[in-house]
Design a binder for this molecule. Structure first.
Ligand code: AMP
Length: 257
C-alpha cells in the first residue's frame, strides 16, 4: 500500500537535566532552575528519534518534521538539539520562564500549530520529567478530536494505518488507528541517537520561527496554583546483620515477621 505523506510535529520541552538532583526553592513554590543544567525532556528525545527514523531507517514518505517548544529564549537550544538529531525546522513559542504554561495551555498552543502546519502525526513524550503532568498529549488529542495511543513501545505505519504497541502493566496492548494521530512515547520505543558534530553544525542553519501566544490566540491564564512543593522525607540509614538469625530477629523487632 502506498503511504500517505507524513507531516510530523514533535513538541520538545526544555527541562532540568535528568541527572541533576532538583533542589526545592526556599519559598517552597517550586524547584530551583537558575544555574542548573537543562536538556531536552528524555521522552521527547524518543519522539524526535522515532520521527527521524520513520524517514531514514523505515524509508516512509516523511514530508516534514517540525520541532516545537514553548519556553524562554533558551528553549531554542532544545530546538537546535532536535534539528541536530534530524528535525527539518522548528518553532519557538516564547513563554516567560516565570510564567510557564500549564498542560492545557501547551495543548491549545499545539493545536493551533498543528492546524497551521497541517500536521498528521504528533509524537509527544508521555510525560515531562519536571512537572510529571502526563496530560498534554491526551488533552491535545481531545482538542483536535484525533485518535491517540499513549506510552508507545512500537509504532508501525502503512498508508493511513498506524499500529501502536503500548506499555501496560505487565505486558503490551496493540492498537490500530488511522492518521491523523497523536502518539506519546515510552522508554522502550527506541534508542535516541546522539547528535553528531557535523549535524550540530548543520542544525545551526536550519530555520527557527518565532511565535507568541498572542499570535496563536491562546489564553494562557493559569487555572492551577501550586500550594507547596516538598522534598521527600530523608531516608534512614540501613544497618548490617551478622547472619540469617540476626536478620530474622531484626525483622521480628521491626514487626515485619
Ligand atoms: P506533560 O503533560 O507536561 O507531562 O508533558 C508531556 C509532553 O508534552 C512532553 O513530553 C512534551 O512532548 C509536551 N510538552 C509539554 N510542555 C511543553 C512545552 N512547554 N513545549 C513543548 N512541548 C511540551
Amino acid at each position: 500500500m502506498s503511504s500517505s505523506k507524513l507531516r510530523i510535529l514533535v513538541p520538545v520541552k526544555r527541562v532540568i537535566d535528568y541527572a541533576v538532583k532538583p533542589r526545592v526553592k526556599a519559598n517552597k513554590t517550586g524547584v530551583e532552575t537558575s544555574g542548573v543544567k537543562h536538556s531536552m525532556n528524555p521522552f521527547d528525545e524518543l519522539s524526535v528519534e522515532e520521527a527521524v527514523s520513520l524517514r531514514d531507517k523505515r524509508k516512509l514518505p516523511v514530508e516534514d518534521i517540525v520541532a516545537v517548544s514553548a519556553g524562554p529564549a533558551k528553549a531554542v537550544e532544545t530546538l537546535r538539539t532536535a534539528m541536530a538529531m534530524g528535525a527539518d525546522r522548528s518553532i519557538h513559542v516564547e513563554v516567560a520562564e516565570d510564567k510557564p504554561l500549564e498542560p492545557l495551555g501547551v495543548a491549545k498552543m499545539l493545536k493551533a500549530i498543528a492546524e497551521q502546519e497541517k500536521s498528521n502525526l504528533i509524537f509527544l513524550g508521555k510525560q515531562a520529567i519536571d512537572d510529571d503532568s502526563g496530560q498534554t498529549g491526551q488533552m491535545l488529542a481531545g482538542l483536535l478530536n484525533w485518535p491517540q495511543a499513549t506510552q508507545a513501545s512500537e509504532v508501525t505505519i502503512s498508508g493511513e494505518d498506524v499500529t501502536v504497541e503500548r506499555e501496560v502493566d505487565g505486558g503490551t496492548e496493540t492498537l490500530k488507528a488511522k492518521l491523523p494521530m497523536i502518539i506519546t512515547t515510552d522508554l522502550r520505543l527506541n534508542e535516541p541517537r546522539y547528535a553528531s558534530l557535523p549535524n550540530i553544525m548543520k542544525a545551526k542553519k536550519k530555520k527557527v520561527d518565532k511565535k507568541t501566544l498572542q499570535d496563536l490566540g491562546i489564553d494562557s491564564e493559569p487555572r492551577l496554583k501550586t500550594v507547596k512543593v516538598e522534598e521527600p522525607p530523608a531516608r534512614q540509614g540501613g544497618g548490617k546483620v551478622e547472619d540469617v538469625d540476626g536478620m530474622i530477629s531484626k525483622l521480628k523487632e521491626l514487626g515485619a515477621l
